[in-house]
Design a protein around this ligand. Sequence first.
Ligand code: CA
Length: 517
Amino acid sequence: MNKFFTSVVKSLSLAILLLLFLPVLAQQKNNSDRPNIVIIISDDHAFQAISAYGSQLMQTPNMDRLAKGGALLNRAYVTNSICDPSRAVLLTGKYSHKNGFKDNETSVFDHGQDLFVKRLQEVGYETAWIGKQHLGNKPQGFDYWEILPGQGSYFNPDFLKMDGTRAHYEGYVSDIISDLTEGWLNERDASKPFCLVVGHKATHRTWMPDTGDLDMFENVTFPLPHNFYDGYEGREAAKVQDMTIAKTMIMGYDLKMLTGVENEGTVNRMTPEQRKKYQEFYGPIEADLKQRNLQGRELVEWKYQRYMKDYLATAASLDRNVGRVLDYLDENDLTDNTVVIYLSDQGFYLGEHGWFDKRFMYEESFRTPMFVRYPGVIKPGTVSDDFIMNLDIAPTLLDVANVEIPDDVQGESFLPVLSKKSATGRDAMFYHYYENGEHSVSPHFGIRTKRYKLIRFYKRVESWELFDLTKDANEMENLYGKPGYEKITAKLKKELGKLIEQYEDTEAAQVMAQKID
Ligand code: CA
């Protein structure tokens, strides 16, 4: 009896112990099932400058390596083609009018709102943002952050730290972001899955290459995009913009012709050694330019060549630093259990329509480069033509972590599409750009289907534009109001109206209600 009693007690104790530890065991199991997440988000990086996308301008071996290891997204788009609103969409999975960060000039990001990283924290992820975030200086949802103040600096940048202090690092910003990233990865709590966002400053204006990369493209003459001398016929908003290489690009500030009056702090932060390298490089170029006294188109094309050389050399360092993160994952046995997403906050013009900058719903800035590597789920070498948006990243990563996607998130997980479990993505995308200031780009919204794009400009310019992308991929001929397009226009307006209703965009709904034709 006594023996029996002891044995019952022992069994009960074992059962209680098991019950006590089961949740812990289950949590551990869940955590080991939950992959790590690395998002690398660059700034103003054009898909036209990435060899994985067929670019002839330069080689990007590390981006290509990421693309080959997972999926290359041919039709990845942003909801609002401008830096900080795009990052706000990334964090919330909601359009700008819902997350409250509509433009760079008047919006303040509410970090207190629901962010996907906060949901990841709840299920045991350790989260970090390192590099450029540019959504104020008090991030939330991150166990660790170290971010550039505002736009940050290419050389010898300061960083804001969690304890309210500023750190100052000597060196080139893209390298320093990798150093800090590796430092955090080394120090993290290895018992937890992690979600790390690496925010790069490159390739934002003013495209300052690392000193070792300055002459990388000196012997290359880049072909002019065929619509470089676009006259903007039939496209009023394109006509009134202020973002051309010809007129808007500044010789001193943008193109480092440093003895001019416009050196605007470009080199002020440099060490004497860095400054010497810049002066030794750009000095003779400037002297040669003065001596040649170029005018008109010759001068514009000279500016284009200089822009491309600087932009691409800046992108070369970005690519190397993407490689550093991939190397770290390889060397630390993390690759197989880590989802890696590379994207830019939007696309960028490399001379198409005569432009630099972004903002427009035209393809070069509406689109963004995006690669997604997810070993065991996405087949290496996948090429996707599905419509995927930056809006989808938050819900996708909640899906990855097996966390329920909140009802008010407006994006959709793209895992089913990319893993080919179900091949149907969205048929149409809604876009809305709000800012009405810098570069004089008119606010606009619109719809893009597989074949057509319909855009409504308002405030600065009141107009509609319609493009048939199968016939006019470069969006040069506005078909709106032309005979034969009445039916498709009416159909697209109806579909656009539905998307506006679906996403609850009241500003767009009000503009739609104003007839201008
Ligand atoms: Ca940007």
